[in-house]
Write a new protein. Structure first.
Lengths: 143, 44
């Protein structure tokens, strides 16, 4: 699992990135029609999170371990759109780079639940099946 | 003396590369789910 959140402050931004392994049972759903993620990041041992505060006034950057907490997110396929994907993609963010080779079949999904106390239901999702796909996550060193 | 300097330089390079190799690789056949959500703010 990995996630990246981005929050505006009065003089800059806070970027939080986390990635690592979660137990097999954390993501449940025999069928992509309804998938449930249940994770308490405080209980994960092979998981790294980092929260970096940037000030565009002083041009300083401060990074520290991000707070841990509960994630409960449900995806319910609404199938407003369906997607067959075949791609090679490299994305570079503040704290990490993701190289994706993906072949998948998926559909749009509605979200519900709680992400560190925030309600994701105004957003949207995609849920489906990957076929022989590879995701490589490189975390940049921060001090 | 030259060979000692070279050895030290190689070790330093090796340590630097080790520190920067912080990679998770996931090979997947099966279920995946992605979510994107915004709270507050103004979209343009």
């Amino acid at each position: 699992m990995f996630f990246d959140t981005f929050q505006q402050t009065s003089d800059g931004i806070i970027d939080t990135f986390a990635s690592g392994q979660i137990p097999d049972g954390s993501l449940q759903g025999d069928d992509p029609a309804h998938v449930v993620l249940d994770v308490d990041t405080s209980q994960l041992t092979n998981f790294i999170s980092s929260s970096c505060t940037f000030s565009f006034v002083t041009f300083t950057e401060t990074c520290r371990p991000a707070p841990t907490g509960l994630i409960h997110v449900e995806w319910r396929q609404v199938r407003a759109t369906t997607t067959h994907t075949s791609l090679d993609m490299q994305q570079t963010f503040f704290q990490f780079r993701i190289s994706t080779h993906q072949v998948s079949d998926s559909a749009s999904a509605a979200l519900s639940g709680s992400f560190f106390g925030l309600d994701p239901s105004d957003g949207g999702g995609e849920v489906g099946v990957n076929h022989g796909s590879t995701i490589e996550i490189d975390r940049f060193p921060r001090h | 003396m030259k060979s000692m300097i070279l050895a030290a330089a190689v070790l330093f390079t090796s340590l630097t590369m080790t520190a920067q190799t912080n990679t998770d690789v996931v090979h997947q056949d099966g279920l995946f789910a992605q979510a994107l959500a915004f709270t507050g703010g103004t979209s343009i």
